[in-house]
Structures are given as C-alpha cells and as structure tokens.
Write a protein that binds this ligand. Structure first.
Ligand code: AMP
Ligand code: GLY
Length: 427
C-alpha cells in the first residue's frame, strides 16, 4: 500500500518511520515533510489546506491511505471532503470527520460533549462579547487562579491562567472585544482551575471500538523546572511512572469509555487518534482537553513503543475492524529530548548547519527524529523552532534519558538549546 502523511514535524517523521517498517508498505509520501522523512519517503511540496491539490496527489500517486498529522485540515473537514467523492471511495483515512474534529476545534463543544456524556472535567461557563459583563461576574464567583480559554484553534496559545481577578477580567475583555486571539476568541470558556499533575492519554478508535496506546507526559515550558513560555513541547516520557494500573483503569472506565461511547451515540464518524489531556487531581482523572490527532513530541515516545505492524493497525482502524487488533507494547521506557533553535518559542533563526548526525545510527534503542529540518546541497539544516527529537529506550526513564543526553551532546548547531531537567520532577 502507498501512504500519504500530511504534516512536517517530529510526529509525522515518527509515524512515517513506523509505517516504513511494515512489510505491506510500498511507498510513503509526506507533505511537506522534512529532512528526516526524505530519507524514507518522498517529500511533496503541497499546501495541505488545499484539499483539491491533496486529492490530485492521491490520484496521481495511487495512494491507498491518507494520514492527517495536524488538526487544522481535520477541523476544516478534509475527511468529509474525500468521503463525499466517489473517486476516493477506496481511500482509507486516518483522521476524524469535521464533526469529530470539533472536539478540538471548539473548547465549548468539547465541554458540552463531556457534560452530556458525564466525562469528568472542570466546571465551566462560556461567554461572548454580548455576555462580557456576565463573564466578569462569573469570574468573581471563582477562586484564583482563573482559567480562560479561547474557544477556537489558537496554535496552542489560547489558554490563559491568571492569578488576579482584575487581570482575568481585563484579559476576558481583550479576548472577547479586542480579538486577542482573532476569531478563536469570539467565544471564551472560563473554567475552574484544577490542581494536579498532567499526563496525556492516546486512543486509536474506529468510532466504535478502541485501543488505548501507551500514555506519556510532555514538558511544555521552555525553561528548566518547567518555567517560562509555553512551547510545542520540549521532551516527553512514556510510560508515565505515576499512572499506575489502578489509575489507568479509572481513566479507561471514567474517561475513555464514555468518550468513545459518546462518539457512537452521537453518530460521529471518527476513525483516528483521540489525544486526551488529563489532570490527575488526587487519584482522580479530569479531562483538560481533547485533541483529534497525536501529540508532538508525545508521538516520538508513544508510537515507537508499539510493536505491531503499525500500517496493519491503521488499515484495520480505517476499515472499522479495530476490535481485531491486539496491541503489543514494548515494556521499556522511551524518552525524547527536543533540540530547539535558540530564541524559540519567540523569534529564532533558521538555516543553521546541523553537525554530528552522520555519526549517530538509529538502532533498537535510539531514534533520531527530525522535527524542523531541511536538506540543502546535501547538508541538513535547521528549519524550525523545534529541530530534532532524540528518542532513546531503556529499562526505566532515568537510564533512557541518560542515554538520550549523551546523544544530544554529539549533535550540534548554532544556538542549540534543550532542557537538561527532563524527568527530574518524577523522581
Ligand atoms: P490546553 O490548551 O487546553 O491544553 O491548555 C493549556 C494548558 O493549560 C494545559 O496543558 C494545562 O497545563 C493548563 N490548563 C488548562 N485547563 C486547566 C484547568 N482547568 N486547570 C488547570 N490548568 C489548566
Ligand atoms: N504536546 C502537546 C500537543 O501536541 O498538543
């Protein structure tokens, strides 16, 4: 089978690598891809928001499976676009329909869905410019810190957590009447602050049955000790040491089952990944958010732990036969350390030569994943804020990380930055 993966980050490189290992994989295309994917796939220059162009490419290359990496094309309805066209009736698609993707595309919709299906989450109310005063009054009834969420997609920046009431009221006004996050903040969800420790749970579903993939914890902030600005993710660990069997059983019963049953009950066409961001409050799981795709950098530690023929798993998912799959998971821990361009997540430079990659081989316990890279004149150059994800395996996360940091030292580019404290919060 020929597979097209949409996206260009570490998530897409990892998925491509896993599919590349499948005996049933004839060829992989990645649009637009990066230097890492170009070694195992053909990169295509393609605007992934232009569904007609994606369709032409699918026809021209005789592609049998489309995997959508990022959320934007899903929220814009790429699944529905191809489902509606006879000529693509045989195309297998990994990614939910537009109605399914709304679980990420609208925070209010996600909260309503959780309320309807009794999935534990923080109490909330949502407001628009017309109800700004009611929103300010609602804030007065809450205890600090205050959580404000732009309803729509805001590139991971739409959540504000504020210590002071006045500040929260001012920000609410900025969001609703001054388009602080553009259209995304025309509606704002205000919710109760949950105090606990976060983890990410990943589910692959055909809309009826599901497989729970390995869980992971990511490190969101740029600075040591989880301080400073939010990033796309500076590293990840799988499995999460504090998510023991008893806790994960609770997650399955209270969170995953009702969420998937909710999709079925509402007749939502959902074939793909559901990424559930959780807060563990005491011993209880609460949903912080749904994403309708895999996480990045969580993918870099979650997918490599799956021992099955991954293409086969995805084919069964898209065919509605996920119940036929038994997952085999590598017992070892996987960790990833993200190497980023100095300055990220604010302004940074691109086009720096990456040294040392030629001396590092991918093995059973090392995978060098490309996030923001490109090839020019046979040289691998930085091409994004997040540049490389160094994934390593070992019997526990501490030794996996030690291995990872040794490899990190062998890779160099101008203004290379990474966090040295991953996992320290867990010992
Ligand atoms: P989100 O974009 O919904 O993942 O939110 C971004 C981050 O804000 C999350 O990863 C949490 O760290 C934090 N957050 C979101 N909602 C809450 C909440 N209700 N209580 C505490 N922290 C939250
Ligand atoms: N690492 C968080 C995300 O992918 O949204």
């Amino acid at each position: 089978m020929k597979v097209l993966i949409l996206g260009s980050g570490g998530r897409e490189h990892t998925i491509a690598q896993k599919i590349y290992e499948s005996p049933n994989c004839d060829q992989i295309f990645v649009a637009p891809g990066n230097a890492g994917t170009s070694a195992i796939a053909e990169n295509l220059t393609l605007d992934i928001g232009d569904f007609e162009a994606v369709g032409k490419c699918i026809s021209n290359h005789n592609i049998g499976m489309l995997i959508v990496g990022p959320e934007a094309p899903l929220v814009d309805g790429i699944k529905d676009y191809f489902d509606d066209k006879n000529e693509f009736s045989d195309l297998l698609i990994i990614g939910p329909s537009k109605r399914g993707a709304l679980l990420e595309g609208s925070k209010e919709r996600a909260k309503e869905f959780m309320r309807t299906h009794q999935v534990p989450t923080a109490a909330y109310q949502s407001f628009t410019a017309e109800t700004l005063d009611a929103g300010k009054s609602f804030l007065e009834t809450l205890r600090p810190p205050y959580v404000l969420k732009a309803d729509g997609l805001a590139g991971g920046k739409g959540v504000l957590i504020l210590k002071h009431l006045q500040e929260a009221q001012d920000e609410l006004e900025q969001m609703l009447t001054n388009s602080k996050f553009g259209q995304a903040s025309e509606k704002v969800v205000i919710e109760e602050f949950l105090s606990g420790i976060e983890l990410s749970v990943f589910v692959l579903t055909d809309g009826e049955n599901y497989l729970t993939l390995p869980n992971a914890k990511d490190y969101k902030r740029i600075g040591e000790g989880d301080t400073g600005l939010n990033t796309g993710g500076m590293g990840a660990i799988s499995p999460v040491p504090f998510a023991d069997e008893t806790f994960m059983k609770k997650v399955d019963e209270k969170i995953i089952k009702p969420s998937i049953d909710g999709l079925t009950k509402e007749n939502i066409d959902y074939t793909g990944f559901l990424f559930i961001g959780l807060m563990k409050v005491g011993d209880e799981p609460y949903v912080i958010e749904y994403n309708v795709r895999m996480g990045d950098p969580e993918t870099e530690v979650v997918i490599p732990r799956i021992e099955n023929d991954f293409l086969d798993v995805l084919i069964k998912t898209a065919q509605g036969k996920i119940s036929e799959v038994d997952l085999n998971i590598d017992k070892r821990s996987a960790t990833t350390v993200m190497l980023v361009s100095g300055g990220y997540p604010e302004a940074y430079e691109k086009g720096k030569t990456i040294h040392g990659l030629d001396k590092i081989k991918n093995t059973d316990d090392v995978f060098i994943c490309h996030a923001g890279t490109k090839i020019e004149n046979d040289q691998i150059l930085t091409n994004g804020g997040r540049v490389l994800a160094v994934t390593t395996f070992d019997s526990n996360f501490e030794s996996a990380l030690r291995k990872g940091y040794k490899i990190v030292d062998q890779i160099d580019f101008d203004k290379k930055y990474f966090r040295t404290d991953l996992g320290k919060d867990l010992v």
